[in-house]
Design a protein around this ligand. Structure first.
Ligand SMILES: [Zn+2]
Length: 509
């Protein structure tokens, strides 16, 4: 029986309990046909079979980033990256903006993302004057990591019509010079307004460039599937993302959540969780508790979405919010006989034992972000109250309780890099070496499961992906090392060397 693609001499970690390790994988069409020994090579090879000699390298199932934001990611890729990996002071930021200004035609917009005063020298953030110095002929807008704050230079403030006479907009704040009342460039809760109403929209050419960069980034990190979790995903966004998938090189399989406020739009078209195919499908209804501050309102929305056929995905970080969404899920359970929806709690940043017990009872799943431990661990240790620290981004406890936990990056919040997430889930180490709750560290196999089988479970796809087994989609990653055999410290040095989707090599180092 000749097959289309064979990986031989591989050290395959299948994530399939029935056959955990193998040497050879054969693919027919877009699916895995055989998993076993090198001895089968001849029987499976025909004239048109492509054979890849893995020379002992490790092969794992393709990674699935269970929660990210594609359009913000694209915008970030088109912007200057001001995260702590690149800048550590206002001077660094000015230098980066100066460089971008040199490469951008005068009169154009320059945007930068992810500055974070916690990591900036003296805790100082740039003001309009700093930006005017280095980019007097461009409109500049820089966004804070939290997206709650941004800084504009004078040209951008002028285009936004913000000056000394502008009154404070409701729910927002314009920071001002105390003597003159002149805005100093820092705006609170106005980024959406600036991006949506003042900046020109991302052009088709920029979108093509940004999607290409996002695709390249995802594939080079082994991401063969991702789940888009943006609250503003309405029906038009669904159509847009389907068109992107069709017309652009966007290789990874996509599950797009629907913003819960738009559930009726989807329902009217007969769309609900699971609609689509294995390239792009509709996922859960995303609920942001901040948008439904009344518990009863959130419960009503949750029940409506549930009854309309949606899995639910609640954004919940702090303990109070985690408790509120669990209560909402219990309400849904009480008022509907439908079970098995695998409702999701996104982040679940603080989860003490009593709440964990209730999650378990509900059969809900947790979608966590191990890279937060790496990128924000230092900040958590410095700012999270002592009483909450023992419950911070726990992974081992829920797994031991039998709760399904999936891994993700929430990119662009942190880079979409599953290997780094696996490293952080095993070591619980922050970038500066501090360790956060070492007792919550898991094995490398368990960490691989977060980004493969468990992530597939959260989107009802465990029958088609997440393991390397006959019949599964041929989505695989070749790694430079075996995360289950190297010392934990070395996991973060393991590189993705090849990414395969539907039996096609879509990326190679
Ligand atoms: Zn998110």
């Amino acid at each position: 029986m000749p097959t289309d693609l064979i990986l031989k001499n591989a050290s395959v970690i299948t994530m399939d309990a029935a056959k955990p390790r193998a040497e050879l994988v054969a693919v027919f069409d877009d699916s895995i046909f055989y998993v076993g020994d090198n001895a089968e090579l001849e029987r499976l090879t025909g004239r048109s079979t492509k054979v890849i000699d893995c020379a002992g390298r490790t092969v794992v199932p393709g990674f699935n980033d269970a929660h990210l934001h594609l359009f913000s990611f694209v915008r970030k890729l088109l912007s200057i990256d001001l995260s702590p990996a690149w800048v550590r002071s206002v001077e660094d930021i000015k230098e980066a903006v100066r460089k971008k200004a040199q490469a951008t035609p005068p009169g154009g917009w320059i945007s930068g993302t992810d500055y974070n005063e916690f990591y900036l020298e003296g805790g100082r953030v740039p003001t309009r004057r700093d930006l005017d110095e280095v980019a007097p002929n461009h409109a500049v807008v820089l966004s804070h990591r939290s997206l709650h704050e941004c800084v504009l230079n004078s040209a951008a403030l002028e285009l936004a019509g913000i000056n000394a006479d502008t009154p404070e907009p409701p729910g927002a704040r314009i920071e001002r010079d105390l003597d003159t009342g002149e805005p100093n460039g820092i705006l609170i809760n106005m980024l959406d307004y600036i991006r949506g109403k003042v900046m020109p929209p991302v052009s088709d050419a920029e979108m093509a460039e940004g999607v290409g960069l996002a695709d390249e980034y995802s594939l080079s990190h082994g991401i063969t599937s991702f789940q888009e979790a943006t609250i503003s995903n309405d029906l038009a966004r669904w159509e847009k993302i389907c068109a992107l998938k069709l017309n652009y090189d966007l290789h990874s399989r996509i599950t797009m959540m629907a913003g819960a406020p738009y559930w009726q739009e989807f329902k009217e078209k007969g769309l609900k969780t699971g609609y689509g195919d294995n390239l792009i499908q509709l996922g859960a209804a995303k609920i942001m508790p901040e948008l439904q501050p009344e518990q009863s309102e959130m419960e009503r929305l949750a029940l409506e979405c549930h009854k309309a056929g949606f899995q639910l995905a609640f954004h919940a970080v702090d303990e109070e919010t985690v408790a509120a969404v669990i209560t909402a899920l219990e309400y849904v359970n009480k008022h509907s006989a439908v079970t098995g929806r695998r409702h999701r709690i996104e982040h679940c940043g603080e989860c003490p034992p009593a709440l964990m017990e209730r999650i378990k009872k509900l059969g809900a799943v947790i979608v966590t972000q191990p890279p937060f431990i790496y990128y924000s661990g230092e900040r958590y240790l410095a700012t999270v109250p002592k009483s909450q620290l023992p419950w911070l981004y726990r992974i081992k406890s829920p797994l031991e309780a039998g709760i399904v936990v999936a891994g993700s990056s929430d990119t662009p919040v942190v880079p979409a890099d599953p290997m780094l997430g696996i490293y952080a889930a095993v070591t619980r180490q922050a970038e500066n070496g501090q360790v956060i709750l070492p007792e919550e560290g898991i094995t490398a196999e368990q960490a691989l499961a977060l980004y493969t089988v468990n992530a597939a479970y959260t989107s009802f796809e465990e029958k088609t992906k997440g393991t390397i087994a006959p019949g599964k989609l041929a989505d695989m990653v070749v790694l430079s090392g075996d995360p289950t055999h190297v010392s934990p410290e070395k996991i973060k040095d393991i590189k993705v060397e090849m990414t395969i989707i539907s039996g096609e090599v879509v990326w190679e180092d």
